[in-house]
Design a protein around this ligand. Structure first.
Ligand code: ATP
Ligand code: MG
Length: 601
């Protein structure tokens, strides 16, 4: 491609709405343009990057035995009603864009494709002889994200590779899952990325396992917890660890002590000269179930610990059937405004004890009149602890479960943190890093096949639901994550495997016929050698051309400058910043070898 003919506009200014360097660089270097919130145009340079990533994904997916197809983006509501997700996706979470067609039928724009693929499988798979089967596609997904941001990282329209596998046995699912683990690692390695596979939350539906693939970068939205021995890595949403040992309490018997103005753990601990590990704190959460009922939850957790809301969500979903619900629509810490809606008398905020009476709850038909009481494991073995007294200005010291309070249902809802000890080997300390989730592989089990009646006949002639796995990879997010991981103050530094062009030929002076002739000749030869090459034939100063080439991040830059008098050109490597003089007749060979080596990761 000749730069003089390309639709290509760079910006000197940093776009106002772009916080992340990768977002700023993609806009400034002319890769993407914002059309609306979370909606971007992939300009020619970006489209080449996406196609290169797509090609690597296809090669690895095909090699793993999966088959590519293309599913509809416009999906009938009936399928989502069958799986039970229409209401949650359109109303509760509201993540699905939906519309009514001219004959009054509800349709949704695909945020994901479990329903469609399960309908296809229900239609076409009859017997265990057709299994296992793995179909995948690469296409645009639509999600009305609550907070679209960071450019392509969290768009409302984005490109995803999603695959779905079908099995007659759990073992077969496990095998494909292992193959996909390897396949995703191959893809990310070939894209030149530094990544980590981590244990992930599979939600309340359980499933036997799920793993996320994280690109390591400071700006990542996710927190990865891992150990230095390489044996443990998990998303902090899911991670387990041993908390520090509590410091033994010196209180010997139950007493009520005046603790004015100590509504925070910090103030309480400094007043009583105690450690937060000696305190049982209570936090009230408010959940709305899918049957419209509001459930109030009192959590008891050790004073130094933080509630992991993903784990809490999963526990509450498990308990929901006891209240006539199937799932929960929302779960939040009850703030003062929410509390106003249901308290009949003022709650002793900051002084709540595990046994706060149910008569604080107003009798309204949609509110469940008893608190659900849950205790995190960290409080189970505490003795002579400090906790609230249900009276403002006073705490209890020297309290014990069994004697002073009955121990609520014990669950694991604490957030694991850096500095904790690892469960597989307590001598290992948990460390933390930031990551960008680009892929998620998931053992779904029979959730969708059961709900939608997708069955097959097994070897014994019985009709049983298909066992499923699903595997997502955010192609457009991956492209930006690569930039987030690899850039400098001058611009993007692409790995050659996913760069829009491998080489740029910069002609310092287009008015110089020798410079132009050599550049044109190399341009021709490189194209013939299947090397993606850009020719900067614009009538611009050399300095401008070099700056632009750095900003766009092309891995190798050929300069047909003064050295042509000696029969050589300069080749500059963007990543290392090194320049080498190469004889003109050896340029194709030099680049073929160098690029070939870089691609053999
Ligand atoms: P997240 O937790 O980041 O919202 P998710 O769990 O909703 O992601 P999946 O449904 O597992 O994501 O989708 C598979 C992949 O698609 C993700 O790993 C991510 O790379 C990508 N992805 C998801 N949502 C977006 C989005 N809004 N914009 C760009 N890529 C996305
Ligand atoms: Mg996820």
């Amino acid at each position: 491609m000749r730069l003089s003919q390309m639709l290509w506009v760079t910006l000197r200014e940093v776009p106002a709405d772009a916080e992340l360097p990768s977002h700023q660089l993609l806009v400034r270097a002319g890769y993407i343009r914002r059309i609306a919130n979370g909606i971007y145009t992939y300009l020619p340079l970006m489209w080449r990057v996406l196609q290169k990533i797509g090609q690597i994904v296809r090669e690895e997916m095909n090699r793993s035995g999966a088959q590519e197809c293309l599913l509809p983006q416009l999906q009938p509501a009936e399928l989502w009603q069958e799986s039970g997700r229409w209401d949650t996706y359109t109303k509760a979470e509201g993540i699905m864009f939906y519309l009514t067609d001219r004959s009054g039928r509800d349709m949704g724009l695909g945020p994901t494709h479990e329903e469609v693929i399960t309908a296809v499988a229900r239609d076409m798979i009859r017997s265990y002889r057709q299994l296992p089967l793995h179909l995948y596609q690469m296409q645009t997904k639509f999600r009305d994200e609550i907070r679209p941001r960071f450019g392509l990282m969290r768009g409302r329209e984005f490109i995803m590779k999603d695959g779905y596998s079908f099995h007659s046995s759990e073992e077969s699912l496990q095998e494909t899952y292992r193959i996909m683990d390897q396949c995703y690692s191959n893809i990310l390695r070939r894209c030149g990325l530094e990544f980590r596979a981590v244990e992930a939350d599979s939600g309340a539906i359980g499933g036997s396992g799920s793993q996320e693939f994280m690109i390591l970068a400071e700006a990542g939205e996710d927190q990865v917890l891992y150990t230095a021995d390489g044996k443990y890595a998990a998303n902090s949403e899911k991670a387990i660890s041993y908390p520090s040992e509590p410091i033994e309490s010196s209180f010997r018997e139950l007493a009520k002590v005046a603790t004015p103005n100590t509504t925070t753990i910090e103030d309480l601990c400094s007043l009583l000269a105690i450690d937060p590990t000696q305190v049982v704190k209570q936090i009230i959460y408010q959940a709305v179930l899918d049957n419209g009922k509001t459930l109030l939850i009192i959590i008891s957790i050790r004073g130094d610990q933080i509630v992991n809301e993903v784990k809490l969500h999963n526990e509450v979903v498990k308990i929901a059937p006891a209240y006539g619900g199937k799932t929960i629509l929302s779960l939040k810490v009850a703030d003062s405004e929410m509390v106003q809606q249901w308290q009949v008398k003022p709650l002793p905020i900051g002084y709540i004890a595990p046994n706060l009476a149910d008569d604080f709850i107003d009798r309204q038909s949609h509110i469940i009149p008893q608190f659900l009481r849950l205790a995190d494991r960290t409080v189970e073995s505490l003795q002579n602890f400090v906790t609230g007294s249900n009276e403002v200005g006073f705490h209890l010291t020297g309290a014990n479960w069994g004697k002073d309070f009955s121990l609520p249902q014990v669950v694991d809802i604490r957030l694991a943190q850096a500095g904790d000890r690892a469960v597989h080997d307590p001598s290992q300390v948990i460390k933390s890093a930031r990551g960008i989730e680009v892929g998620h592989i998931f053992q779904l089990g029979t959730k969708y096949s059961q709900a939608m009646g997708a069955t097959f006949t097994n070897e014994k002639g019985e009709e049983t639901p298909l066992i499923m796995g699903c595997y997502g990879l955010g192609v457009s997010r991956l492209a930006q994550a690569a930039v987030e991981q690899s850039h400098d103050q001058n611009g993007i530094i692409w790995h050659v495997a996913i760069a829009p062009y491998s080489v740029i030929i910069a002609v310092p002076n287009v008015g110089n016929p020798d410079q132009m002739r050599i550049a044109e000749d190399l341009y021709e030869k490189l194209q013939n050698a299947q090397i993606d090459v850009l020719l900067d034939d614009r009538d611009e100063r050399a300095g401008v051309k070099f700056k632009d080439a750095d900003l766009v991040g092309i891995p190798y830059r050929i300069v047909t400058g003064k050295s042509i008098a000696q029969g050589e050109v300069e080749i500059y490597t963007r990543k290392t910043g090194k320049t080498e003089n190469v004889p003109i007749d050896r340029v194709v060979e030099w680049l073929t070898t160098t690029i070939g080596a870089a691609l053999c990761l």
